[in-house]
Design a protein around this ligand. Structure first.
Ligand code: ADP
Ligand code: MG
Length: 240
């Protein structure tokens, strides 16, 4: 579903991604971990072309990333993203937040879009919040709304960039539970998170990044029990 080959990203003189290779199969859940500044967010942002790669090849479902125009809008629909800071439209209701994309990009009729949105809100447990505005919801509810919004586009792959890092501790699990159920239903997911409990429950593989490179890739039980590199051991000793 996702193929990354020889990806480099530079910001001026700063070389942030250094020859990254990553293949994610359909239905696979890959958790990306690594120290702050190691390039995790930049990797996600290159995958949906919020950032343009300096070199290398990225394919989603066998198609290279388009450069611009309508094809780029389609790509953004295929590659959903959930951010640390929710990024809901503050002046729109939760229901509007979810229907805007499908109506505009997927060309779904308004009534059908609302029906699908309500089903998604029900699935993430906040159907009663449809007519509220984002600021009227807790952080955990806003993040679940953001996940519903991403799902409404029927993405082929969902990227999560530290989706629970901005939440109060008691709200973390309500978001992780939604993500675990998506994983169980076969959604292809790339998840940047420090929630090792989620990695153990849901990840097929853990990818450890350091200084712009993928240093280690392993199934979660292997990675946590016996990291192969000193850098991964050092990282784990700090977060566990
Ligand atoms: P992580 O998500 O692993 O913490 P990032 O991908 O956010 O790491 O950042 C990797 C490096 O790239 C950092 O040194 C960061 O300062 C730098 N960086 C990220 N985005 C930009 C940008 N738009 N312009 C310049 N430098 C950036
Ligand atoms: Mg980041």
């Amino acid at each position: 579903m996702v193929t990354v080959h020889g990806l480099h990203k530079r910001f001026g003189p700063l070389h942030v991604l250094k020859d990254v290779d990553l293949t994610v199969a359909a239905g696979e859940v890959v958790v990306v971990v690594g120290p702050s500044g190691s390039g995790k967010s930049t990797l996600c942002r290159c995958l949906n072309r919020l950032e343009v790669a300096s070199a290398g090849r990225i394919e989603i479902d066998g198609e290279p990333l388009p450069a611009e125009g309508r094809q780029l809008a389609r790509l953004r629909a295929d590659v959903g993203m959930v951010f640390q800071s929710f990024n809901l439209f503050g002046h729109r209701t939760i229901l509007d937040n979810i229907t805007l994309g499908p109506v505009k990009v997927r060309r779904i009729g308004r009534a059908e879009a609302r029906k699908q949105a309500m089903a998604l809100l029900d699935r993430v447990g906040i159907a009663d919040k449809a007519d509220r505005y984002p600021a009227q919801l807790s952080g955990g509810q806003q993040q679940r709304a953001a996940i519903a919004r991403a799902l409404a586009m029927r993405p082929k792959v969902l990227l999560f960039d530290e989706p629970t890092s901005a939440l109060d501790p008691e709200m973390v699990n309500e978001v992780l539970d939604v993500m675990v159920s998506l994983a169980a239903e076969g959604m292809t997911m790339i998840v940047v998170t420090h929630e090792m409990g989620f990695a153990r429950r849901a990840a097929d593989r853990v990818v450890f990044m350091d200084d712009g490179r993928i240093v280690e890739t392993a199934p979660p039980d292997e990675f946590f029990a016996a990291p192969r590199t000193e850098r991964a051991r050092d990282f784990l000793s700090k977060i566990l």
